[in-house]
Design a protein around this ligand. Structure first.
Ligand SMILES: NC(=O)c1ccc[n+]([C@@H]2O[C@H](COP(=O)([O-])OP(=O)(O)OC[C@H]3O[C@@H](n4cnc5c(N)ncnc54)[C@H](O)[C@@H]3O)[C@@H](O)[C@H]2O)c1
Ligand SMILES: [Zn+2]
Ligand SMILES: [Zn+2]
Length: 362
């Protein structure tokens, strides 16, 4: 099969002919119909994920058709249209038994622990725990996004952040995660403020329901994983204009902020944009760590909430909101590309993100 192969971190990957995966006991092999380009793929390519072994095939935000079923799998057949949370949980450990599949210690992640979906076929373990049947009305491009960024934002906003109607919610970074969060928080009748450097992304944020947009300057790069950038901006230097604008717009600070890029600078801005007892959602990855003004966390009783993917059992509520038209993840997709175009698109994330979500058709 054809797949994108990373031979060396940070070196442009290539399309290669590799062996197709075989279904493992309890798992399936999917023909990949669509796979999203997420910044986590970029982190993996940059060498920020210690689980990755080279050579490696990235890709974890996927939807497809079952091509082969492994021994012991019941309820799933060749030809079924499915997606899966990128966190493929075991379903039997203590965390899974309590419903917390998103932190399963036995989890496997395509595109990280093993070869992923930037390929014609991908293997998925623990099929009975994780596979999600796609309604006929849901196309593969849209369904791919439900495998990672849209679902991650749904859980972050709804289940972890517990966003309520009327609350001010500030989304820092309006790429795949951020725009999904804008749409989801707006659907919950929150007052959403979207922050980005890219005016095109802010335009999209408005169409997805942001009440206000704030144009950031260009200095806030994604965490590159190099120690030299650690602490590049301390709390005192965090883009004073963005923070001041948010404090003005919210009459003294937001109830909820989200870092949807993964940037120490944006974390500083977010924490200073919260009102007392505010909740900060951390979804963006920070491989070099982050500076936290802990005195402020204590004195203002701020909450720091990490959020990781979403378990398969939580999908029905989200799928119902999609079916009823209250959430429209299809609108987020702006670019459709081939496998051959994917390496350049991955590399482009080093300096910028095109507005909206990019989907690859292997
Ligand atoms: N926690 C999880 O389970 C989970 C799941 C998916 C993705 N992620 C992580 O979430 C992060 C976002 O992923 P993505 O695919 O949405 O990224 P993306 O590249 O699509 O979006 C990032 C956005 O940030 C904007 N940005 C850049 N500098 C900025 C600044 N100074 N101020 C405001 N905005 C700025 C970019 O213009 C872009 O729109 C990544 O770190 C990714 O690895 C985490
Ligand atoms: Zn992802
Ligand atoms: Zn488990």
């Amino acid at each position: 099969m054809r797949a994108i192969v990373i031979e060396q971190y940070g070196v442009l990957p290539t399309v290669q002919e590799v062996a197709a995966p075989e279904p493992q006991a309890g798992g399936v092999v999917l023909k990949v119909e669509a796979t999203g380009l997420c910044r986590s793929d970029w982190h993996g390519w940059q060498g920020h994920d210690s689980d990755i072994v080279l050579p490696h095939v990235p890709g974890h935000e996927l939807a497809g058709t079952i091509a082969a079923v492994g021994a012991g799998v019941t309820g799933w057949q060749v030809g079924d249209r499915v997606t899966t949370p990128f966190i493929c949980a075991c379903g039997t450990c203590e965390q899974c038994r309590e419903g917390n599949h998103q932190v399963c210690p036995n989890q496997l992640q395509p595109g990280f622990n093993y070869w992923g979906s930037f390929a014609e076929y991908v293997a998925l373990p623990y099929a009975e725990v994780n596979l999600i049947r796609l309604p006929e009305s849901l196309d593969f491009d849209t369904a791919a996004g439900l495998g990672c960024r849209f679902a991650t934002s749904f859980r972050a906003i709804r289940q972890v952040g517990k966003v309520r109607a009327g609350e001010n919610v500030v989304i820092f970074g309006c790429g795949g995660v951020g725009l999904s969060a804008v749409m989801i928080a707006a659907a919950l009748d929150a007052r959403v403020i979207a922050v980005d450097t890219n005016p095109e992304a802010l335009k999209l944020a408005r169409t997805y329901g942001a009440a206000h947009t704030v144009q950031a300057s260009t200095y806030g790069a994604a965490d590159t994983g190099h120690a030299s950038t650690y602490g590049a901006a301390d709390a005192g230097q965090a883009s004073p204009d963005v923070v001041r604008e948010i404090l003005d717009l919210t009459g003294g600070g937001a109830q909820v902020t989200m870092d949807a890029l993964g940037s120490n600078e944006l974390v500083q801005q977010a924490l200073r944009s919260l009102r007392p007892r505010g909740r900060h959602l951390q979804v963006g990855l920070l491989p070099s760590g982050v500076q936290l003004d802990v005195s402020r966390l204590i004195g203002q009783e701020l909450e720091w909430l990490g959020s990781h993917g979403m378990p398969a059992h939580a999908y029905p509520e989200m799928l119902d909101l999609v079916a009823s038209g209250n959430l429209n993840p299809a609108d987020l997709i702006t670019n459709r590309i081939t496998l051959e175009q994917a390496p350049a698109a991955l590399a482009a994330l080093t300096t910028a993100t095109p507005a909206g979500v990019t989907v690859i058709h292997p």
